[in-house]
Design a protein around this ligand. Structure first.
Ligand code: SF4
Length: 326
């Protein structure tokens, strides 16, 4: 069943996940939050009606794990979880940053849980996936930004699921490349760090981050010969020429994989949508990225950095065969 979205994706997501982790699908005649402006008809999501979705949800709760899918109110949760694709979020569910597009809670996080890497490894080995993405909240409160916890998680996940390709989507470690090296030393198959928007809007969108710092991380990762990935949201007020300029710079840096998706405002407190990017524009940008030399671009209204990332598993293996990660 496909569902049209309104401009409040948290409302949609809460139907899937419930306020306190309980499933709460809408009931006919029941009072519901007021409907907002509808998104264009090309933005439709799948309702979570398959048993797999509910099985996954139950196991995530049993293992006391967090997912960015639920915490960030991702509109794709119905589709992704129904095919056992989820993105586990480590280092807790409270972020030290307050990006204006993101629905993950901001505040003072709990200490990193030393048992979490084992539980993440257990969950992923049970799912027996070909590829998965793990992400984290930003942990500016930790001296290493959570790098050692990342490394332990990668090590345990790879030991439990040796055939699965593992993509890590990290923050910027405040630009500390030693911390990045700690993560890379654990040998993830893809190192991903999102730029989120174009340079002109970066300060507005990612309040505590900086473009030069993110470029520094991506360049460093690529210079280590790791498979390197980044992503941007569109519809935040950027011009297409600005997006093309970023794509050219990423190609110069030899970034391997790029994702481009439509920004959807999680709630009224978040940045408004400046415009809806038409599906044809995503196709044109993907073609442009290809011409610039970026190996793989996933572009479309509902693309997120982890959306259908499992479709890239073979390409990732192929790239890694041609490189020696230092
Ligand atoms: S797109 Fe990524 S974050 Fe969203 S539901 Fe799918 S796996 Fe989760």
């Amino acid at each position: 069943m496909l569902l049209e979205l309104t401009n409040d994706s948290r409302y949609i997501s809460s139907m899937f996940t419930g306020e306190k982790g309980k499933v709460s699908l809408p009931v006919m005649g029941q009072a519901q939050a007021p409907r907002k402006r509808r998104h264009p008809n090309w933005i439709k999501v799948q309702m979570p009606t398959k048993p797999t979705y509910f099985e996954l949800k139950k196991r995530v709760e049993e293992l006391e794990l967090h997912t960015v899918c639920a915490s960030a109110s991702c509109p794709n949760i119905g589709e992704c979880w129904s095919r056992r694709a989820l993105t586990i979020m480590i280092l807790g569910d409270i972020c030290t940053r307050s990006c204006r597009f993101c629905d993950v809670a901001t505040g003072r996080p709990l200490p990193a849980d030393p048992d979490e890497p084992k539980r993440v490894a257990t969950m992923l080995s049970e799912l027996d996936l070909e590829h998965t993405v793990i992400t984290c909240v930003d942990r500016d409160d930790l001296a290493d930004g959570g790098a050692a916890h990342w490394a332990e998680t990668i090590t345990q996940v790879k030991a439990a699921s040796p055939n699965m390709t593992l993509e890590v989507l990290t923050g910027d470690f405040k630009g500390n490349t030693d911390d990045v090296d700690t993560v890379l030393a654990a040998n993830p198959d893809v190192f991903s760090h999102n730029l989120e928007t174009v340079p002109r809007l970066s300060r507005q969108v990612r309040v505590q981050a900086s473009y030069p710092r993110s470029y520094k991380i991506l360049e460093h990762v690529r210079n280590r010969d790791a498979v390197t990935k980044t992503g941007l949201m569109l519809g935040l007020g950027e011009e297409m020429d600005e997006v093309r300029e970023v794509i050219e710079q990423l190609a110069e840096m030899r970034v391997d994989i790029l994702t481009l998706g439509q920004y959807l405002q999680p709630s009224k407190k978040h940045m408004p949508i400046a415009r809806y990017v038409e599906p044809e524009e995503f196709v044109e940008l993907a073609e442009f990225a290809k011409q610039c030399g970026i190996e793989r671009t996933e572009a479309g209204p509902l693309v997120r950095s982890s959306y259908h990332a499992d479709g890239q598993a073979q390409m990732i293996r192929d790239i890694r065969r041609t490189r020696t990660v230092s």
